[in-house]
Design a protein around this ligand. Structure first.
Ligand SMILES: Nc1nc2c(ncn2[C@@H]2O[C@H](COP(=O)(O)OP(=O)(O)OP(=O)(O)O)[C@@H](O)[C@H]2O)c(=O)[nH]1
Ligand SMILES: [Mg+2]
Length: 302
């Protein structure tokens, strides 16, 4: 049998379920998921194997109309992901349908898709009735020439196997791109920072999650087998520091506990996680913060 391999970019509006699908495809948590929009900030690769095919999925930040520098860098990262892929998967939400945001993405795809295969994935089918789904599939296919349409629930892993099999068939002959046992290309320090950011995003309200970032400062392997991880949470304002800390430090303590538990399970050994909060009024304009996130700072230039 000959090996086949290629890249599949997952694009869509924020919250469509791209990261949930990536994790389902890989069979492990590679990309963080929250109920809030704009969770994913950079391109994250996860690897799935189907028969002789290795499919490298590229999770991307949601596509939306960018306002700030960080937004622009995120949206640029998403389109770059699509440009570098062999197959593009556009993911939309069944209950929201062809929104203005989806329309804007279709316009972008018309410009950039070239001769790439583009599949439509209607996600969250657990939220709508079948007749509505069929209507949406028709509306979308009248609007754009998709190669194939899938209806799935990424969260409940419904329809995911069919999609994976179809994508495997689209991979071209060639050697695998990653070693057989590798499932992600993100360094563990970055995954650890993402997990803390996920727990913060889940606990904090309104705009705050968008105005903070987390970096792993040091990672020490201790003689007893434990990992000691030091992370910094950067916030833009004094007031935000107080909110992240919470009353008597309760919020950051709960975040640290949740992140530590997940990391312990993931690494399968004891983890000591130390979090500190730093106020950095201009972090959203610092090139170093962007490279730590895996983003290109210059993409944020207007
Ligand atoms: N009901 C339902 N919810 C889902 C499904 N798939 C994902 N979700 C939920 O949708 C929300 C967003 O999922 P994510 O995977 O973070 O979405 P995303 O497209 O990566 O979002 P961004 O990173 O912000 O662009 C989470 O609360 C998921 O649990 C599904 O099939 N059904
Ligand atoms: Mg995501």
């Amino acid at each position: 049998m000959t090996q086949r391999a290629g890249f599949v970019a997952l694009i869509g509006e924020p919250n469509a379920g791209k990261s949930t699908l990536l994790n389902a495809m890989v069979g492990s948590k590679v990309s963080i998921v929250t109920h809030k929009v704009q969770t994913t900030r950079a391109r994250i690769r996860g690897v799935a194997i189907e028969g002789e095919a290795q499919i490298v999925f590229v999770d991307t930040p949601g596509l939306f109309r960018p306002r700030r520098r960080l937004d622009r860098a995120m949206v640029a990262a998403a389109w770059t992901g699509a440009a570098d892929a062999d197959v593009v998967v556009l993911m939309i939400e069944a209950h929201r349908g062809l929104t203005e945001g989806v329309e804007a993405i279709l316009e972008g795809l018309e410009e950039r898709a070239g001769d790439r295969s583009v599949a439509l994935v209607i996600n969250k089918i657990d939220r709508v009735e079948a007749p509505k789904l069929l209507g949406l599939a028709k509306e979308m296919n009248d609007r754009f020439a998709f190669d194939e349409t899938f209806m799935i629930s990424a969260e409940k892993a419904r329809g995911v196997d069919d999609l994976r099999a179809w994508l495997a068939g689209k991979m071209s002959e060639g050697p695998w791109l990653y070693p057989e046992d590798q499932i992600a290309d993100l360094p563990m320090r970055m995954i650890a920072a993402e997990i803390t950011r996920e727990k913060l995003t889940l606990r904090l309200h309104q705009e705050l999650p968008y105005q903070l970032t987390v970096e792993t400062e040091s990672w020490e392997e201790r003689k007893d087998g434990a990992a000691a991880i030091h992370q910094t949470i950067y916030v833009a304002r004094d007031g935000h520091k107080g909110i992240v800390l919470g009353k008597r430090g309760e919020t950051v303590k709960a975040v640290g506990k949740a992140a530590r538990e997940e990391l312990t399970a993931m690494l399968d050994r004891p983890v000591h996680l130390f979090l500190q909060v730093k106020v950095r009024p201009n972090w959203l304009d610092e090139a170093e913060r962007y490279s730590a996130m895996g983003l290109d700072f210059s993409d944020g230039n207007a």
